[in-house]
Unconditional design. Structure first.
Length: 320
């Protein structure tokens, strides 16, 4: 009952099939995000029993989503990476203390909300959301890649407000690491990324988001409930948020931080040093730990387990 679907070899592709099969057997909606948020039989059963399950994919695309509710410890707030979704953090959450509530922060535009033209404005919006969950500090913040830049901006704004930041955790996140002209995620990219093969002779460049939505429904059934509009928002949000990071100049955070570096960095020249854009924007001690993985693999089962242990040790050691 406590076996982790993804730790046993489950993938995003097989998760879609499992969610669709559960929906048929149970005769009730089982949105795909539910399996990402709680990928054990016991956890998913509890969500179904307590109605904690998102009622729709739109619910799972809200700006703030619970990755784990309850617990007596201080909550940890996890900011999305470039795709704008916080679901991936469930791989790490399972290796934090079971008494720690965890919340994910996601791009507002994915759920049909407004767009923002700077990291600082996004950070301000996210703090408004955070304070509805936790009205006063100390706050514990984590961000992966782009999310680390946003978490840093949140931390400096909290200090401006006179609030305490208990811990700041950055997962392979460095200012100036993105390109000003990111490759677009077109409909064909999304289709392939979701595990659906193209039809013989099909030109992926001619696909629309409506085509992708239709093909997902044909291939996997109603549990693959991403609409054409939601797919478009994800693709556009990725490009837009990546561009924002090129204009971000971090202010000074007066405190310590944990930096978890992907040892097999895809960046030219390998992983940058702590002083590569971070050293001058953090006045305290930056604890730099290497994780044996590539940048995009930090939430795969093995790395996520190592990261979860390091994060929990750090946060709990700082009174969290």
């Amino acid at each position: 009952m406590d076996d982790d679907f993804f730790a046993l070899g489950g993938t995003s592709l097989s998760a879609v099939r499992v969610a669709a099969d559960l929906q048929r057997r149970l005769g009730r909606p089982v949105p795909l995000p539910a399996l990402f948020l709680d990928p054990t039989p016991a956890g998913l059963a509890a969500r179904l029993t307590t109605e904690a399950l998102p009622a729709s994919v739109e619910d799972a695309l809200r700006v703030v989503v619970p990755l784990r509710r309850g617990g007596r410890l201080a909550p940890l707030f996890c900011v999305h990476a470039g795709m704008g979704l916080a679901w991936a953090y469930t791989g790490m959450v399972r290796h934090l203390s079971p008494d720690r509530p965890v919340w994910g922060l996601q791009l507002p535009s994915l759920g049909g909300g407004p767009e923002y033209d700077s990291i600082e404005k996004l950070a301000h919006r996210y703090l408004d959301e955070v304070r509805t969950v936790q009205p006063a500090g100390p706050y514990h913040l984590l961000g992966w890649s782009l999310g680390g830049l946003i978490a840093h901006a949140m931390a400096t704004e909290l200090q401006d407000r006179g609030e305490e930041v208990g811990s700041l955790v950055l997962l392979d996140s460095y200012p100036g690491g993105a390109t000003a002209d990111p490759e677009a995620l077109d409909a064909g990219d999304l289709l392939r990324g979701l595990g659906v093969d193209g039809s013989p002779g099909e030109d992926a460049r001619s696909l629309t988001y409506a085509d992708v939505g239709r093909r997902l429904g044909e291939s996997y059934g109603p549990a693959a409930a991403l609409t054409a509009d939601q797919l478009r928002r994800i693709a556009e949000g990725y490009a837009r948020s990546t561009r924002l990071s090129t204009r971000f100049a971090p202010r000074v955070f007066r405190g310590d931080a944990l930096l978890l570096t992907a040892a097999d960095s895809s960046r030219a020249g390998g992983a940058p040093s702590v002083n590569a854009g971070l050293g001058h924007s953090i006045t305290g001690t930056v604890q730099d730990e290497r994780v044996d993985c590539a940048h995009n693999d930090m939430m795969q089962p093995g790395p996520a387990r190592a990261i979860g242990v390091l994060v929990e040790t750090y946060v709990s050691g700082r009174g969290g």
